[in-house]
Ligand binder design. Structure first.
Ligand SMILES: *Cc1c(COP(=O)(O)O)cnc(C)c1O
Length: 380
């Protein structure tokens, strides 16, 4: 089955009770038993729920995995992965990591004796130089937020395989429409379903997909034992989101390219960070591992003026000033004062998060309206 068919049919079958084409929202915590242990595969909804299972099967299908697990948020999914580890274990991750992941690693799991190395991952040899006998996990995020750096998943997988370390990839920005990490050698794919997979800014959810049964069984155990599951209503919404992922992503990519090219020629714009440009330092890796370049773009304006940047954001009308990304509507954010405000100014500037940096999640509206909106906001 091709990807554009899997989004609609992958892992799905009509409901067994009445043939409903969409799985019903099984809004139930428990299931009747005829005799102790006599049930139809469902005992309690923390462990299993038919609506969540339908979503998990769909997620496994679109990521070319064998097992899917859905959680109450992206961070809950990451939390489950780190619980595979023990005190004394070490993790290698990128120095340009999603802020919430960084906070979870440093403020929660360092306290439980797990050690994290946040390093430049553009070069796989640098990853390998941090490997020792305690290294159990490599955690990759690509493209990164908000600087749109690209990490080579295949090269990271080669290091992981050589040293018998697990490789997990946060595939939130790319989605399986653009990039399938399990096919590139990763062991675990993670998603903030909140973003492109949900796609409509109406839920918070996370997911993991794996190929290997042993890892899946451990993760299912953690999912049930720690209990950070998502509810049946949200599972239904996420599954509905998956069904249009390919058409939404196609338009996100088209609009993203047009916006990136528009910004690149604008006289007030200094830099545009988008992996589709040949001038992007990792364009060749993006081209190798992604089928297109997506709708996430960051840019700076000349003069790097904080107040003028705030004015641009306030003057946007079609782009909504908000955190998050990946919905049908276009969003704009100011990393320096929003998502990255807790990082000291000189620290964040080292990674490129300067005062004039604006991050766009380009939606699927008419491109003419998006360009006109940017034109107007930049003119003032
Ligand atoms: C949003 C996000 C997360 C966290 O997901 P939540 O659903 O907000 O918990 C993790 N990684 C990336 C890249 C994200 O954008």
């Amino acid at each position: 089955m091709k990807f554009n068919t899997k989004t609609i049919h992958g892992g799905q079958e009509p409901d067994k009770a009445y043939g409903a084409v969409m799985p019903p929202i099984y809004q139930t915590s428990t299931y009747a038993q005829t005799t102790p242990g006599g049930h139809k595969g469902y005992e309690y909804s923390r462990t299993h729920n038919p609506t969540r299972n339908a979503l998990e099967n769909g997620l496994a299908s679109i990521e070319n995995g064998n097992y899917g697990l859905a959680f109450g948020s992206g961070l809950a999914a990451i939390d489950a992965v780190i619980k595979l580890l023990q005190p004394g274990d070490e993790v290698i991750s990128t120095n340009d990591l999603y802020g919430g992941t960084y906070r979870l690693f440093t403020k929660i799991f360092e306290g439980f004796g797990i050690k994290f190395h946040f390093i430049g991952m553009q070069n796989a040899a640098n990853i390998e130089s941090y490997v020792n006998e305690n290294t159990k996990l490599i955690w990759v995020e690509t493209p990164t937020n908000p600087m749109m750096n690209i990490i080579d998943v295949e090269a990271s997988a080669a290091v992981a395989k050589k040293h018998h370390i697990m490789l997990a990839v946060d595939n939130t920005f790319a989605t399986p429409y653009l990039q399938r990490p399990l096919d590139l050698g990763a062991d675990i794919v993670m998603h903030s379903v909140t973003k492109y997979i949900g796609g409509h800014s109406d839920l918070v959810m996370g997911a993991l997909v794996v190929k290997d049964k042993e890892i899946a069984d451990k993760l299912y155990f953690i999912q049930n034992a720690s209990g950070a599951i998502c509810g049946p209503m949200d599972s239904f919404l996420a599954l509905r989101g998956i069904k249009t992922l390919h058409v939404r992503m196609q338009r996100h990519c088209e609009n993203g390219k047009a916006v990136a090219e528009y910004l690149a020629q604008h006289p007030k714009v200094a830099n545009v960070y988008w992996p589709g440009f040949e001038s992007h330092p990792s364009h060749y890796i993006a081209k190798k591992q992604m089928d297109d370049f997506g709708g996430m773009i960051s840019f700076t304006t000349k003069g790097n003026n904080y107040d003028k940047t705030i004015k641009i954001l306030e003057n946007l009308k079609v782009f909504t000033l908000a955190e998050s990304l990946g919905g049908v509507e276009s969003l704009a954010g100011h990393p320096a004062s929003m998502t990255h405000a807790s990082i000291p100014k000189d620290e964040r500037e080292k990674t490129g998060v300067v005062d004039s940096l604006i991050r766009l999640s380009v939606g699927i509206e008419d491109i003419d309206d998006l360009i006109a909106d940017l034109e107007n906001a930049l003119a003032q």
